[in-house]
Design a protein around this ligand. Sequence first.
Ligand SMILES: Cc1cc2nc3c(=O)[nH]c(=O)nc-3n(C[C@H](O)[C@H](O)[C@H](O)COP(=O)(O)OP(=O)(O)OC[C@H]3O[C@@H](n4cnc5c(N)ncnc54)[C@H](O)[C@@H]3O)c2cc1C
Length: 270
Amino acid sequence: MNLNTIVEVKRPHSVEQLDWREGHAWLAGGTWLFSEPQVAVDTLVDLEALGWPALVASPAGLEIAATCKIAELHAFRGPPDWQAVPLFGRCIDAFLMSFKIWNAATVGGNLCMSLPAGAMISLTAALEGVCTLWPRSGQPRQMPVVDFVTGNHQNVLQPGELLRSIHLPASALRKRFAMRQVSLTHLGRSAALIVATVGDDGADFLLTISAATPRPVHLRFARTPSATELQRTIDAHLPADAWFQDVHGSGAYKRHVTHYLADQIRAELS
Ligand SMILES: Cc1cc2nc3c(=O)[nH]c(=O)nc-3n(C[C@H](O)[C@H](O)[C@H](O)COP(=O)(O)OP(=O)(O)OC[C@H]3O[C@@H](n4cnc5c(N)ncnc54)[C@H](O)[C@@H]3O)c2cc1C
């Protein structure tokens, strides 16, 4: 859609000298920004010219630039001991999108949208990702993905603050994983996207519940839990009003499928 309130598009090579004010918006892939009127925005600041490398792998893990395209992440192949890399494709496939969105949308844009069905939020939360944020003034700050999203379309970003990158630690990438996703309608938005990761020795079982809740939820166990322990822990952390209710499913439905899928995952990883 044409955004008829926009009077300027800036393409800076660095954000240090940028004079941010109300009315500015960061432009990543534009798949959401150009999908509806942005009446409060008069200036777009395009992140592409910043030239951040999309993916940098090192012994410490994988640095994903906020501007990394979904298609670039899908093509990534890690070292053989990063057993969790196939989860990238599994989560990307859960993302309801057309060919155009696939090639334009960015990982950072998906996190910053902070929708419950944000598949890149599910992925990076499940792999214990840590965001690097660049405030407009002050030092960069770090924040786990699971704390970055605070609710439906809500996150910790302050006005003008930029999501620079997401770091996935090698320790999480080396874990085994199991994932389940369900939508109420064929090719509909996720009603629940559940992932668990566990070490090869059965230690450090981490369940990530997303899409069924307004923000991702981590439930960590020292070892793979029993079915009863898993059920009780989910109920203890997520009371009846903690589930995300929308046209893609009632709270009760999302609670039900979360229990069902989490137990399948537990059995698969046991
Ligand atoms: C048909 C359709 C289907 C969609 N389906 C889904 C879906 O299933 N799940 C889902 O989560 N989303 C969905 N979306 C919304 C959106 O397309 C995606 O969330 C996409 O990943 C956004 O990425 P982008 O790079 O295009 O972001 P943009 O549209 O460029 O930006 C999105 C928002 O994030 C801000 N932003 C972007 N990058 C940064 C950054 N690095 N730092 C700070 N702020 C930033 C922008 O200012 C803007 O407010 C859909 C959209 C459409 C049109």
